[in-house]
Design a protein around this ligand. Structure first.
Ligand code: GDD
Ligand code: MN
Length: 367
């Protein structure tokens, strides 16, 4: 009889990355054992030589608990690299990851495992119906939401919680892509989703708050995340149209500067007024180049309505940037220069999307 996937009993290796989790690890191990009491499993704790000796607690436990293993990584720190080390040592046909700090609800593990019958990646998700983030601070919610939207927009990842550190993946799927994974930073799931292109399903749960120890997700992690998204995106060719759009945009900056110096220095107009004239002329020249070059062949509507729509697009861009900066500086306490930089990048994207989908939208030729 041929063996298909349903005939293989699941054997899951649960990877638990730890850094200073001495107060949580024993409780977590108990809970995972309870949740998986009738499923064959092993638990691999991957500890990066925690100063609080989390590894020692686990080593003591291993003497009486044969289902637990430990990997001690002495000269390296990094969540994703720890997870990869665990995956590579795992014996199971399924690989799972769960945080040690009891924030993930281990009771949904059986359901997650069951769902691997039909999907190669199953994510414990805070953002699907039935899930939640509990008493998260507002700013943390927003950061997480923004990060999710960026992944959707730039990487085309449609999962609701691509940032999760709680998921189960089929070993075959992992093995196919393991050489492509860049184990930098926090977001190993993002790498897996992006490279595997596999279908993922999400199981809701409520993210609990941490009772002991502290989070390692600092603001530096936010930048690492953005770098990760960009480096993943670089693997795919950037659409030619977008490159053209950026070239036109840069020419606009130069034109703006030239006109500004002309009106300000020679015509002796006030700087504020000069700034308005120079951007208006730059918008005008951007419009012409985009119309003739970037989006040539898409001039479906009347010239004047394309132009008005483009003006509106630029205006909306300014407002978006204004709100973003206001929000990032005052609510998220992000440094103003970083906020402005982030605003510029976001507005390039939103303007491009408006231009592509609205100003120069694709008019299907009549049949
Ligand atoms: N081995 C190792 N090395 N483990 C680490 C490291 C490291 O450098 N940094 C963190 N960990 C472990 C922690 O001990 C914990 O078990 C788990 O990884 C998650 O770290 P937290 O510091 O608790 O992260 P968090 O709660 O702020 O972040 C959670 O939410 C993120 C999304 O918002 C986690 O679930 C993340 O995985 C998730 O991406
Ligand atoms: Mn945590």
């Amino acid at each position: 009889m041929s063996k298909n996937r349903d005939d293989i009993n699941p054997y899951i290796s649960i990877i638990v990355p730890t850094y200073n989790e001495s107060q949580n690890i024993n409780e977590l191990l108990n809970r995972v054992h309870d949740a998986l009491h009738n499923i064959e499993h092993e638990i691999i704790v991957v500890d990066d030589d925690s100063p609080d000796m989390t590894w020692k607690i686990v080593e003591d436990r291993i003497k009486i608990d044969s289902k637990v293993r430990i990997i001690r990584r002495k000269n390296d720190r990094g969540l994703s690299r720890a997870v990869v080390a665990g995956f590579n040592a795992a014996k199971g046909n399924l690989l799972g990851v769960i945080d040690a700090d009891l924030q993930h609800d281990e009771r949904i593990l059986p359901e997650m495992i069951k769902k691997t019958d039909t999907a190669s990646i199953v994510i414990g998700s805070r953002y699907v119906k039935g899930g939640g983030v509990g008493d998260w601070q507002f700013s943390r919610r927003i950061k997480s939401w923004l990060a999710t939207k960026i992944a959707a927009l730039i990487l085309n990842i449609a999962v609701n919680d691509p940032m999760a550190g709680f998921f189960v993946i089929n070993k075959e799927t992992y093995q196919k892509i393991r050489n492509k994974i860049n184990p930098q930073g926090f977001k190993i799931l993002l790498e897996i989703l992006y490279h595997s292109n596999a279908e993922a399903v999400e199981v809701p749960y409520h993210f609990r708050s941490r009772s002991s120890g502290e989070s390692k997700l600092t603001s530096k992690v936010v930048w690492e995340y953005l770098k990760q998204v960009i480096s993943l995106r670089r693997n795919k060719p950037i659409p030619e149209r977008f490159v053209k759009y950026c070239i036109v945009g840069s020419s606009g900056v130069i034109i703006d500067m030239i006109i500004f110096s002309f009106t300000f220095e020679l015509l002796l107009l006030p700087a504020s007024f000069s700034g308005v004239i120079s951007s208006q002329i730059a918008i005008f020249s951007n419009f012409i180049f985009n119309d003739l070059w970037t989006f040539s062949g898409r001039q479906g509507e009347k010239l004047i309505s394309r132009f008005i729509k483009y003006e509106v697009t630029c205006f909306v861009g300014v407002i978006i940037k204004f709100c973003l900066i206001l929000f990032m500086v005052n609510i998220l306490n992000i440094n103003p220069y970083s906020a402005n930089g982030f605003g510029i990048v976001m507005v390039i994207f939103t303007n491009y999307i408006f231009s592509k989908l609205w100003v120069w939208k694709n008019h299907q030729p009549m049949p």
